[in-house]
Every structure is written in C-alpha cells, then in structure tokens.
Design a protein around this ligand. Structure first.
Ligand SMILES: CCCCCCCCC[C@H](O)CC(=O)SCCNC(=O)CCNC(=O)[C@H](O)C(C)(C)COP(=O)(O)OP(=O)(O)OC[C@H]1O[C@@H](n2cnc3c(N)ncnc32)[C@H](O)[C@@H]1OP(=O)(O)O
Length: 721
C-alpha cells in the first residue's frame, strides 16, 4: 500500500488553522511537503476565518527535517535546482512575517529543517522528551532554513554553537529552560494548549515574537566574537578535514554583525556550496548506508519475527568477553559470565565493573543504572546454568581445537533453540561447528574492541546459519545499540580481511626506508584515528604474530613477509599491553614515538633488503596514502567479488564503524570510487611491477577500471550469503 503523504489544514470554530505534516516515518520535509506547506500557509494567511495557526506533525513526530534523499539526488545529478527555495519564501515570508501568529506543537522530534520551521513560529509548545536539534553538520551541510540565525537568538550564542557544531540534540525539558520551548505540556494537551497559545498571541495576551528579530540573547559584539573564536578552535580540533564547521561559524557571524536577514541570505549561499562538497557526499552516503544494513534479503523480508533474548551466557571473561558482557548488561540483558577458574572469573567481573565505572565517571551512565546493570551479572565456573540461556557468545582465545570442543559441549548443555555464537575474528565458522549437529544455529558475533564502546557488530553467517538466528542476533545487536552488519564466512570476514593489507603495506613502506612515525602521521592526517603502527601496538603484536599464519594460509599470494613484528616481540615490545611497542605508553600521557625502535627497523630493513639500491625510497605524503590504502581497496574488491557483503555500502559502514575510516570520506569503497577505480588500478599495477604480488590489482578492480565502472556498481558473482 502506498504511504499517505501530504500537508493538511483544518480550521476550527475557534479560528485556529491546524496545519499537519504527514510523511511517515519521520515526517521528513520532502518536496511535496514543502509545496503543501507553502500552499496551506498562503491559504491560512488569506482566509478571513483564520485568526491564528498551529503547525504540527502527524503520528507523534513533528519532523525529522529536510528530506535527505534530495541531497542524494543532487549528488547524483549535480542539479542544485532540485532544492526548493524555502528559507525566505516559506520560512521568513509566509511563516515568521505572517500577520497571523503561528505556534509549533512539537512532539517526538524536531530535527534539522523540522526544528527550523518550529523556530520560525511565534511560539513553541512541546510535549516532554521531544528531541530537538540541528544535526545538519553530520551530513556535511549547515542548517538551511534559517537555523544558524534563529537558534542563537533563542538559546544564546554559546549554547547554539555548541548544539550546531557538535550536532548535539537536547530534550524539550532543557529546551524549556533555555527558552527554545515556551511551554511543556502532556502529549494529550499539546494541540489544545498550542491553539490557546496562538489565540493568546492573536488577542495580545501573549507577545508576538519573531525569532529572527530578537537580540536579547546575543550579547555584545565583543562577547559574540569571543564565543566565535572559541568555536573556531573547537572546529579546528573536531573537524580538521571538513569545511562545514568553519563555514557555519562564518554564517553565524554574518548574522551577528549584519543582522539576521543578512545571515539567512548568506546561509543559503553557503549551503549551496557545501551540499556539493565531497564531505557532504560521503556523509549522506554513510547516513543511508547505515540504515540499509538493517535490510537483509531472505532474513528481514520473509515475515520472520525476532525471538526475545533475555539471558545470554558468555564464555571467556577476557577483554572481549567482558566488553560484550558490559554491552549486554547496559541494555538490561542478564548475563552469565563463564570462566575456567575463580581467578580468571574475578578478573572478568572486575573488568566489567571497571567498564561500567568508567562510563559513570565520564558522566555517560547514572549510578542507579550502573547498579542495575551489575545486578544482572552472574559469574559461573561450569555449564549448569546454561540450560535456560537464549544465546551463548564464545569469546575465548583463537584456538580451533578449543573452540570446537566448547561448541560440542554447548550443544549438549543448552536448549535446542539456544543461539550458539562465536566472537572469533578469524576462524572459519564451518570449522568451529564441524563437530556439532547444530550448524544452523551457529553464527559469528564479531564485536570490535572495546566491545562496549565500538558500534559495529559483524554478524557472520555460514551457509548453514538459519535466517531466524541471523534475525535474532540483529535484534540483539540493535537492542545493545550496535549497528549489525551481516557478512559471509571467510578468513577475517569483511572488516579484518579488507584491512589486513593496512599493516602489511605500512611494514613494506618502512622496510623501503620510510620513517614509520611519518607514515602514522600521514595516515592520521588523512583521517584515520590511528596510523598502522600505533594500531598494531594497540591490538598487541602477539596477536599479530598469531593470526599472521591463518591469513597466510589463504591469502599468502598477496602478503608481505615482514620480520618487524617478530623482532619487536623478541625485544620485549608487545605493544600497549606492556607499555612498549613502536611507541612508549605511560599512564596519563599520550603515546610517545620511541626512537629506540629505529634500530629494530634497521635490522628488519637489512633482512628484507628491499630498499632500491640500498637507499631509502623517497615518497610524498600522497604516495604514502596510496601505498597504504590502495592495497586495502584492492582487498575490498575481492570481498565484493566474493559476495562477502550484501552490498558495497555495507563494507563502507563496516569500515567506518569497525576501523574508524573517516565517515566524511564515505567509507572505503565510496572513497575509492571518488578517487577513481582506473587511477587506483593504474597505480597498483605500477607498484606491482616494482614491488611484486602484494600490490597486484585484483580481477574485480581490473574489470571495473577497464569498463569505466564504479566499484560499488557491482553485482556479486560468487555470493557467500
Ligand atoms: C538554495 C538553498 C536551498 C536549501 C534547501 C534545503 C535546505 C535544507 C535545510 C535543512 O536545514 C537541512 C536538513 O534538515 S537535513 C536533515 C536533518 N535531519 C537529520 O539529520 C535527521 C536524520 N534522521 C535521524 O537522525 C533519524 O532517522 C531520526 C529522525 C532520529 C529517527 O531515528 P529512528 O531510529 O527512529 O529511525 P531511522 O531508522 O533512523 O529512520 C527511519 C527511516 O526514516 C528515514 N529518514 C530519517 N530521517 C530522514 C530525513 N530527514 N530524510 C529522509 N529520510 C529520513 C531513514 O532513512 C529511515 O528510512 P528507511 O527506508 O531505512 O526505513
């Protein structure tokens, strides 16, 4: 059934016209809605029987803002005329400058353009817990319906810049204290209270306030300049590679110096430039890519319903197990944490407590909620209580025999409906389940460390995993605030496999004579939070050495054998875990590059002997980025080719959430498509001619480069789903 969308107007006997937006699920401001709003406001302004107007949204949500699909259309076509002229024509002229008072009746959420419409009204009445914010910067643009001008005038400049630059939304309760919301009323009274407020303004009992004309909260010009100076510093820190933060501050400043209307005009002009930026393209892509992950063919579209998961057992209380336990407990899921002896169990429980305490001390969790979460945790040393758990997540070390014996045991002690998940990051699920008759309920639940903080959950399905089990795990993932991405079964799955060349390429470059700390610095300037060497320190070089052979067995033809990890370990440098790796780690201070590591690098260079003519290779920063990230793109191509992910965008979101690939570059495949498959192919081909198979372009990349196709355009030829 086609969903009903549009704008309606009903005029009551009291002379109040109620204009209602209907565009489920979030009442986004799509073109027909904007056209409808223009028409209804024109009508209401002209009709003699209308004294005042109330603007509201259907189904308990005011509006989630401008329709982001339009941005995507603009990105595809480059056609700016797809974006309606709204800010002056509708928002200023028909709404704010109307002679009839307009009151916004806000429930659920008013975000982006939604809040901007509400701010152009002459008062705002809201229900409790409504979410209010201007998140446009997360999409690479700025507010475009006057929000850069009206929010500072309603809540003050410091609060407004904080909300806009950090895309922080607030609840209507806080909005009420700040003056953004004029009255808070129960949802049942929202319309009647808004009608009354509108009539009170019309009859002069309440002030007729136009937000854009207000100056009372802006302060003096010098105060404003001081606030904007701080904002510029903040923008430099939080968004070094993005244009929209600085642009937004310029626009706000225009309004402070030359008046709100001038600010509105500059806002529209800057908006048009930003919407076509690569940053906006990347961020809008990520917005839709994230939502697309919840659509899994033959799982979410076949009428199945997720079963309730109330109690989960976790085997192994190490870093991963305790992190996963923390995430579950925080979402009110009971957890049995199993260890092999009391000492390990106490350690695991202490880690969970420390995770939760950390959240409390950072103000992210109340003491009450922390207490509730911990009350749901029980430590055990055997399987006696496993009979009534809904799911088990195994999180022991990466040892095939150990995992196989655990799953064999689980099959005996758990109920037949219990989901049997493994948090393995490398081992083939078919191998783990080989000795069981429960292959349909064995699934990978690959969390990323620290599991209670990182949002990606890779759900790995083998060819036997049932659709019901995948759906159940997706529901658990969402309940614990993760973004579940369903992937196929292979060594390293989607993320670790795609990124295994990341460290390898870095080792090759440093063996070619490039300074390792420069490599890390170039890569962090590109936008990844940690360069490959610091990331290796964080993961631990012991782990690197252990998983290396597993990768080598299947991907050996394209691996660079660097002796560096072994040499590091030999000299007692395990990474962050023991305070020494490529960097030195001291409590309370930032990691420091350790110059002593350079002698180890020299030893490695002697062993590999790949420096051209024995001299360090000179490379530009651009070459460093290409030599590190193009091999990653190459592996991403193989992942796409083999159908390890459902769609290319899933790999984008997985790279953003699992590897912290910069979201403003849209994820690894999106970025590669922006750079151009042909260029990447040609660079890799040249590099492979000089340095061998590590850089050899994959068949998939070659094909797309030859055909002039994008990497994301593919149809998977050999699906693993
Ligand atoms: C000449 C110059 C002209 C300028 C003209 C343009 C000016 C525009 C000015 C304006 O300032 C710009 C904006 O308003 S940009 C939009 C700002 N709003 C947001 O960023 C909000 C984005 N949405 C969310 O954060 C969340 O979706 C939500 C609203 C908090 C709801 O979350 P929830 O978890 O309940 O649901 P989701 O799964 O996220 O979403 C459900 C479906 O709704 C789709 N959707 C959500 N918001 C929008 C939107 N604004 N536009 C289009 N579609 C939206 C979402 O994609 C989901 O769809 P599915 O198909 O996956 O179900």
């Amino acid at each position: 059934m086609a969903k009903k969308i549009g704008v309606t107007m009903e005029v009551g006997n009291d002379g109040v016209a109620v204009i209602t937006i209907t565009n489920p699920p979030v009442n986004s401001l799509a073109s027909p809605i904007i056209a409808g709003l223009k028409e209804k406001f024109q009508d209401a302004n002209q009709r003699n029987d209308v004294k005042a107007i109330v603007l509201t949204g259907n189904n308990g949500r005011f509006s989630g803002g401008f329709d982001i699909n339009v941005f995507q259309q603009v990105h595809k076509t480059g056609d700016l005329s797809l974006m309606p002229e709204v800010s002056v024509e509708l928002v200023c002229n028909l709404m704010e400058d109307s002679r009839k008072p307009v009151v916004a009746a806000v429930e659920g959420l008013a975000l982006g353009g939604g809040l901007e419409l509400a701010m152009a009204c002459h008062a705002r009445v809201a229900a409790p817990k409504a979410q209010l914010g201007l998140p446009e910067l997360t999409l690479g643009v700025i507010p475009g319906f006057g929000g850069t001008q009206r929010l500072p005038r309603l809540v003050g400049l410091a609060k407004a810049t904080d909300m806009i630059l950090l895309s922080k939304s607030i609840l209507s309760e806080e909005g009420h204290k700040l003056g953004l919301v004029d009255a808070l009323v129960p949802p049942g009274d929202l319309l009647s209270a808004s009608r009354k407020w509108a009539l009170d303004i019309a009859d002069g009992r309440k002030p007729f306030l136009r937000s854009l004309h207000r100056t009372d909260k802006i302060g003096s010009l010098s105060e404003a300049r001081a606030i904007l100076k701080n904002s510029r510093q903040l923008a430099k820190k939080i968004a070094p590679n993005m244009p929209q933060h600085h642009a937004c501050i310029e626009v706000i400043e225009e309004g402070i110096v030359h008046g709100g209307y001038s600010g509105v005009l500059k806002e529209a002009e800057v908006f048009k430039q930003l919407v076509l930026s690569d940053t906006a393209k990347g961020l809008v892509h990520v917005f839709f890519a994230q939502r697309a992950t919840s659509k899994v063919p033959n799982v979410t579209d076949v009428g199945l319903k997720p079963r309730p998961i109330k109690k989960v057992a976790i085997i192994g209380g190490g870093l991963m197990g305790s992190g996963i336990a923390t995430a579950l407990l925080l979402s009110n899921i009971r957890v049995l944490l199993k260890e092999i002896n009391t000492e390990y169990l106490m350690k695991g429980i202490k880690s969970v407590e420390a995770n939760i305490k950390g959240l409390v001390s950072r103000g992210k969790l109340t003491q009450d909620k922390a207490g509730k979460a911990l009350s749901l945790l029980k430590g055990v040393l055997d399987y006696t209580e496993f009979k009534d758990v809904d799911m088990v997540i195994e999180a022991v070390i990466e040892n095939i025999q150990l995992k196989q014996s655990i799953f064999k045991e689980l099959e005996k002690v758990c109920s037949p409906h219990c989901i049997l998940a493994s948090n393995t990051s490398t081992i083939d699920l078919d191998v783990i389940g080989e000795k069981t008759n429960s292959k349909d309920r064995i699934v990978g639940a690959h969390f990323f460390s620290p599991a209670h903080l990182m949002t990606l959950l890779e759900i790995v399905r083998s060819k036997n995993t049932s659709a019901q089990v995948i759906l159940d795990l997706m529901a658990v993932g969402k309940a614990i605030k993760k973004v579940p991405v369903v992937v196929g079964n292979c060594i390293g799955f989607a993320v670790n496999r795609t990124f295994f060349p990341y460290a390898q390429a870095a080792h090759m470059l440093t063996n070619l004579g490039v300074d390792l700390f420069r490599i890390d610095s170039v890569i962090t300037s590109f936008g990844l939070p940690l360069g490959p060497f610091q990331l290796g320190d964080l993961a631990g070089h012991g782990i690197g050495l252990a998983v290396g052979p597993i990768y080598a067995k299947v991907y050996g033809d394209r691996m660079f054998n660097s002796p560096l990890t072994e040499l590091l370990l030999k000299s007692g440098r395990n990474g962050k875990i023991n305070g020494r790796g490529f960097y030195i780690y001291e409590k309370g201070s930032k990691p420091k590059p350790d110059p002593q590591v350079l002698s180890i690098v020299e030893e490695s260079r002697k062993l590999t002997n790949i420096m051209p003519g024995g001299k360090p290779r000179s490379v530009s920063d651009k070459e460093i980025v290409e030599m590190i990230l193009f091999p990653v793109v190459n592996e991403a191509c193989r992942v796409l080719d083999e159908g390890v992910v459902i769609r290319a965008a899933d790999l984008d979101i997985a790279s953003v959430l699992g590897m912290s690939f910069p979201s403003y570059r849209g994820g690894i495949v999106f970025w590669a498509d922006m750079v151009g498959p042909k260029y990447i192919y040609e660079r890799l081909k040249r590099l492979s001619e000089t340095y061998g198979g590590f850089f050899k372009p994959s068949r998939y990349l070659e094909e797309r480069a030859m055909k002039g196709m994008l990497l994301s355009e593919s149809q998977s030829s050999r699906s693993r789903m």
